[in-house]
Design a binder for this molecule. Structure first.
Ligand code: ACO
Length: 323
């Protein structure tokens, strides 16, 4: 059977690093509070000329280089984002243009922090159905531009960045030993909208709006939702926590990551954590974390990797893949 196999990875971050200490100068907060509650020590914030599409295109170029491919080899670009350069056209089409690609097709995926998991799952369907042979899957965000910088309960949590994978169709045996995406599990439930949303939009206020979050409420649901989809992936593939080489979670909060790993019985040494470096970069956080762990040699060819995310909507999901 056809499998969607990772052939390359890449990441891009804005030039400017903003530490917790720097935030102390403008927001009523402290490095100690932020580290203790979230594990975040710094985040990258986009400057003039840096946008979701520019960061996404840079991450995509690096993923193509890493894969030893050129843009001519790509059939489809999917960009997961909630912070598009424009309401339309899609950021993926903007990136397609920046990469000089005038064939194939491109579209955005909007599932907030679960966007990258949704995008990998969607890319996998396109590959297995024969609609695309090679797909650039990008998670790119500039959340700094939808934050209310006077709201200390949200503005200290998020950052900007982008990451990308090249997925390629390869023949597999149809067993868990295959490389590539083995199982995807997606969920959403709109009854939780008010707990995490942006208070504007083209069809309501005609403005972009700002992120609003009831942090404690989100926290309450997060671990249960994350473990639900990961257990669904275990059941579907007959695998267990012992089989996993790496858990690469959405990087929202260290306490949520640790709580989920503990509940699943996955030792913390097998969990990739970059929230300390990047903050919560929403749909970009998983591909950024993957790029860090693949570049430093932790994630190796053949490793069994579990991706998971939960975010606004609520949306949540997990993808089990062999690297
Ligand atoms: N600095 C200092 N104090 C603060 C700050 C801050 N930045 N923010 C809030 N506080 C204060 C509050 O005002 C409150 O003070 P009070 O007790 O005097 O009223 C106190 O800290 C505790 O506030 P809580 O909100 O109860 O703090 P909590 O321990 O729940 O931590 C946090 C807050 C970090 C937001 C936590 O709830 C959390 O991580 N929630 C999940 C958020 C999350 O993961 N969101 C991303 C989902 S992904 C997506 O889709 C975008």
């Amino acid at each position: 059977m056809i499998r969607s196999v990772v052939r390359g990875f890449g990441a891009a971050l804005p030039k400017r690093v903003v530490t917790n200490r720097e935030l102390e100068e403008t927001v009523d907060t402290s490095d100690e509070w932020i580290v203790q509650r979230t594990g975040i020590r710094q985040r990258y914030i986009a400057g003039e000329g840096e946008t979701t599409a520019s960061l996404g295109a840079e991450a995509a170029r690096k993923a193509l280089d890493n894969a030893g491919l050129t843009i001519a080899d790509i059939d489809l670009i999917i960009c997961a984002t909630s912070t598009p350069d424009n309401t339309f056209p899609a950021t993926a089409v903007n990136i397609q243009n920046r990469l000089g690609m005038h064939h194939g097709f491109a579209f955005d995926m909007q599932a907030v922090c679960s966007g990258f998991v949704y995008a990998v799952s969607t890319a996998d369907l396109h590959i297995r159905c024969g609609m695309a042979r090679r797909v650039l899957v990008i998670g790119a965000e500039t959340f700094s531009r939808i934050l209310d910088w006077t709201d200390r309960t949200t503005c200290v949590l998020f950052g900007d960045g982008a990451g990308a994978l090249v997925l390629e169709a390869l023949e597999g045996e149809g067993t868990n030993a295959d490389r590539g995406v083995l199982s995807s599990h997606l969920r959403s439930d709109g009854t939780h909208k008010e707990k995490l949303y942006v208070d504007g939009g083209p069809s309501t206020t005609g403005t972009v709006g700002h992120l609003r979050m009831e942090g404690r409420e989100v926290f309450k649901h997060a671990v249960g939702m994350i473990t639900d989809v990961i257990e669904a992936a275990f059941t579907a593939t007959g695998t267990t926590a012992d089989d996993i080489d790496w858990l690469v979670p959405h990087q929202a909060n260290r306490r949520i990551i640790d709580g989920s790993a503990k509940k699943l019985g996955i030792p913390l040494e097998k969990v990739v954590v970059t929230v300390d470096l990047h903050g919560n970069t929403s749909a970009a956080s998983i591909p950024l974390a993957l790029s860090v762990a693949a570049a430093d040699g932790r994630i190796k060819k053949g490793d069994l990797v579990m991706l998971e995310a939960m975010g606004g909507g609520f949306t949540w999901g997990a993808v089990l893949l062999r690297w």
